[in-house]
Ligand binder design. Structure first.
Ligand SMILES: *[C@@H]1O[C@H](CO)[C@@H](O)[C@H](O)[C@H]1NC(C)=O
Ligand SMILES: *[C@@H]1O[C@H](CO)[C@@H](O)[C@H](O)[C@H]1NC(C)=O
Ligand SMILES: *[C@@H]1O[C@H](CO)[C@@H](O)[C@H](O)[C@H]1NC(C)=O
Ligand SMILES: *[C@@H]1O[C@H](CO)[C@@H](O)[C@H](O)[C@H]1NC(C)=O
Ligand SMILES: *[C@@H]1O[C@H](CO)[C@@H](O)[C@H](O)[C@H]1NC(C)=O
Ligand SMILES: *[C@@H]1O[C@H](CO)[C@@H](O)[C@H](O)[C@H]1NC(C)=O
Ligand SMILES: *[C@@H]1O[C@H](CO)[C@@H](O)[C@H](O)[C@H]1NC(C)=O
Ligand SMILES: *[C@@H]1O[C@H](CO)[C@@H](O)[C@H](O)[C@H]1NC(C)=O
Ligand SMILES: *[C@@H]1O[C@H](CO)[C@@H](O)[C@H](O)[C@H]1NC(C)=O
Ligand SMILES: *[C@@H]1O[C@H](CO)[C@@H](O)[C@H](O)[C@H]1NC(C)=O
Ligand SMILES: *[C@@H]1O[C@H](CO)[C@@H](O)[C@H](O)[C@H]1NC(C)=O
Length: 477
């Protein structure tokens, strides 16, 4: 009897710790983001108990206050230089962006210094400031007596380490950041913080043709990679051991690892589909729950993993690829793309509630008039609008001309709050109440959002537009 009780308690502890170590990344680079309170509700409904934010957006942190969700706040790369320059600036950052939310019971667990500052594509511009910024933030936390509860971490990108011919036993950090990485690891060891690393089987597959889709998707049937008699069955194990070797060579084999971003996009590239993302995510959670570890470190698991990402974001930078706007477990409006078992009682994903949309109206091309300018107009619309679903292999790639022109016009129209003048296009645009969506290709209607902070850093400068309109109105009188 007592034994059964003990077993039950043990099982329930195991189960809770299992569920709690999986989180999600929540970004707000969207033209019309779901309101933060709705997102927090979505997290709760789906039993997601950890989030990692890319910044310290006040509305997001306020929405999280009083919840039992553990939070990682991010410091943008653009602030690293200032934060390296003085402890004072770090103290004001902690005061403004941390202390007041902690006092409203937001459970802030980690501060991430920079958003992948070592990403190869950024060059060396952030290297000199990263460790200095981390040291200053840590000093500010100690002064504010917060260093026991809040840890400082430094997210490392998937391209910061590599190997010879894909053999994990030859893993090493990229030579240009090797020295900085050793300082980073020294700092983390001293403060007993884990190593945050992004791992991307999708990008390994997308960029390196030597990894098969099956190997990236955890399929049993994938051909294993053989590295000095160790057999690797999936791309995650391979990356994980490559990283482990790099850490060992650098002199830090025992540091705890947190996988801070891992996921699979559902549009914007061939094989970026919801069915592959479904297979990948199930494979990932299964791998994590089995706790088998990797060939070099059997039974040693990452402390936590953060799935990338919660929601699609239509304003994300697409330099790396059109898939960048389609990593969400949920669409931009909080509808699940596939099923993930986070421990919901129904084992099914719950969609966002009380989502408010603009009216059921779309902007399409009027094909009763001369359309010789339509392609040029669509291209123009696409410099602002989100046309990533039109790219090869994507959900709307099969739309033939002029369907793709309509897609571009509609995206622009929705991003501009369905204002009539944003469906003009030199007389080529026409508003319709008939949904032009076909098959998997969805013509979105945007969210009625009044979440202004997210527009910071996006292309739409509403105060400026308002000023221009006011001046125009005054002159017109
Ligand atoms: C970072 O801050 C330190 C301490 O203030 C300073 O000595 C160093 O020059 C700064 N680094 C850069 C690259 O500005
Ligand atoms: C708080 O963080 C935001 C960016 O996340 C930044 O713009 C602001 O300057 C920060 N406050 C201070 C005092 O550094
Ligand atoms: C590609 O993968 C195979 C299988 O593991 C390996 O033998 C080969 O060395 C790899 N080639 C390159 C160029 O990475
Ligand atoms: C990185 O630094 C470590 C420790 O100083 C050294 O052993 C290793 O060879 C270096 N690796 C590279 C690629 O420079
Ligand atoms: C892996 O490679 C080693 C040689 O490095 C070889 O002895 C072994 O048989 C290979 N294992 C498999 C399963 O291919
Ligand atoms: C998807 O991946 C498979 C297997 O790697 C490949 O054969 C196929 O060409 C890819 N799909 C597209 C549309 O490129
Ligand atoms: C996207 O990122 C690249 C650098 O990675 C930058 O050069 C470019 O200006 C960014 N684009 C936008 C629209 O912010
Ligand atoms: C459409 O307009 C173009 C000039 O913009 C003209 O060259 C073409 O003849 C017109 N087509 C028709 C069918 O009117
Ligand atoms: C196409 O655009 C050009 C330049 O904006 C304009 O002069 C022309 O009248 C347009 N043609 C049609 C048919 O709308
Ligand atoms: C596009 O059409 C081709 C041929 O009909 C079909 O094989 C393919 O699956 C379609 N692609 C998408 C993304 O719907
Ligand atoms: C639409 O399709 C036409 C013909 O395939 C192509 O020339 C044009 O660039 C496409 N437009 C967009 C916005 O994708």
């Amino acid at each position: 009897m007592a034994l059964t009780a003990v077993t039950l308690i043990a099982i329930s502890i195991l189960c809770t710790s299992r569920v709690q170590s999986i989180g999600v990344n929540w970004g707000t680079s969207a033209s019309h983001p779901l309101p933060p309170s709705r997102v927090v509700e979505l997290l709760k409904l789906n039993k997601i108990s950890k989030v990692k934010l890319s910044d310290s957006n006040p509305q997001v942190l306020e929405a999280l206050s009083g919840s039992t969700i553990d939070v990682t706040v991010g410091i943008p790369n653009s602030m690293l230089r200032t934060l390296n320059s003085s402890v004072k600036s770090a103290e004001s950052w902690v005061h403004d962006n941390l202390t007041r939310y902690l006092s409203t019971h937001t459970r802030i667990e980690y501060i991430a210094i920079g958003d992948e500052p070592f990403l190869q594509r950024y060059g060396s511009q952030f290297y000199p400031y990263v460790v200095g910024a981390a040291i200053n933030i840590e000093a500010a936390l100690i002064r504010a007596k917060l260093s026991k509860n809040v840890k400082v971490v430094i997210p490392c990108s998937f391209d910061a380490f590599g190997s010879e011919s894909g053999h994990p036993s030859t893993g090493h950090f990229r030579p240009d950041i090797n020295k900085t990485m050793i300082e980073v690891l020294g700092f983390l060891t001293k403060t007993r913080s884990p190593f945050f690393v992004n791992i991307s089987p999708f990008l390994s597959y997308y960029q390196n043709k030597n990894i098969s889709l099956d190997f990236a998707l955890f399929k049993e049937t994938a051909r294993p990679h053989n590295d000095t008699r160790r057999l690797y069955k999936n791309a995650l194990e391979l990356s994980y051991d490559t990283l482990f070797t790099a850490l060992t060579v650098a002199g830090f084999p025992n540091i705890d690892i947190v996988i801070s971003q891992i996921g699979w996009p559902t549009d914007g590239a061939p094989n970026a589909t919801a069915s592959n993302a479904d297979i990948f995510t199930k494979g990932l959670l299964d791998y994590f729950h089995k706790r088998k570890g990797s060939p070099l470190r059997p039974r040693v698991m990452p402390l936590e993993i953060y799935i990338y990402t919660l929601l699609d974001e239509d304003q994300r930078n697409i330099t790396a690829g059109n898939f960048e706007r389609h990593w969400g477990l949920f669409t931009f409006d909080g509808q699940a793309k596939y099923q993930v078992d986070f421990g919901q009682s129904t084992k099914r994903m719950v969609n966002a509630r009380s989502v408010e949309y603009f009216a059921s109206r779309w902007c399409v091309v009027n094909n009763n008039i001369n359309m010789s300018n339509a392609t040029a107009r669509a291209m123009e619309a696409c410099t602002n609008a989100d046309c990533t679903a039109l790219s090869p292999g994507s959900s709307c790639f099969n739309l033939s001309w002029p369907g793709n022109v309509s897609y571009a016009f509609n995206s622009y129209y929705q991003q501009h709050d369905q204002r009539a003048d944003s469906c003009d296009f030199g007389g080529l645009g026409m508003i319709t109440t008939v949904d032009p969506s076909v098959g998997n290709c969805r013509f979105n209607v945007e969210l009625k959002a009044s979440f202004s902070v997210s527009l910071r850093g996006s292309k739409f400068d509403y105060p400026l537009i308002a000023l221009v309109l006011t001046v125009w109105w005054l002159l017109d009188r």
